[in-house]
Design a protein around this ligand. Sequence first.
Ligand SMILES: O=C(O)CCC(=O)C(=O)O
Length: 256
Amino acid sequence: MPSPAAWSDNERRRFVDHGVLIRRALVHGDILSRARDLVGGWLNEAYDPARLTAHTERSFAPELEEHPDVLALYRRSSLMELAEDLLRPARTAAVTRAQIQIRLPHGTEQPVKRMHVDGVSCPHLEPRDLRTFTFIVGVVLDGSATADAGALHYVPGGHHRMADYFATDWVLGQPAQTPDDIDTQDGTAFTAQPGDVIVMHHLVPHRVGINTSSTPRVMAYFRVRHAQHRDLAMAALSNPWLEYPALAGLARPGTE
Ligand SMILES: O=C(O)CCC(=O)C(=O)O
């Protein structure tokens, strides 16, 4: 049984191969319910439908991004320790804000998100802006039990393909977010219950679709950066293990 705040050798190897790790029911009790109630309250009382596209591109409930009860999902569960463990012996930069993403029940004109890698060629950024990070941690707060209920879909192992793409076919400033062979994939749905957690390498392409259920799917995301990410960001696009000193040796020869 792995320690709740450390990754087992098998999990590390799986992260190197698939770029994704999942821990079920990692966040629970008051930590989960306080954050869920805060976001639920915002959705009922403060959400302005005129801002749907902006919220979908950036974050819902921007007023709550730095709220202690939202940050507690990361800081007061074992997530912060797990995040630090993945980069050890490198240090992580402090995580000071959350992104809240809600997929509203079908019938709302919410834009879908095609396959992309965060912070590169985003529609809401200047093409030459890079807003990358090392990996993302997502916590399900509500909904998302099935694939068509607005689940996050990711391409397992897609970080290898994206690193190759960034090394060979891509230039900073171009509008295309992913190569065609990634863009046309459905991806694997992160079918999950509240409290389940996904840890995903920054280079893993992902998308979200419509939510055909009657319940909003609510997730809180935390972007984790290597302490020197600003200097490493460009090179890390084509070298997935540059920021993970302990994982570089586990990568399969020829995949990077
Ligand atoms: O809604 C989600 O779960 C994912 C959103 C997403 O891919 C993003 O904000 O870049």
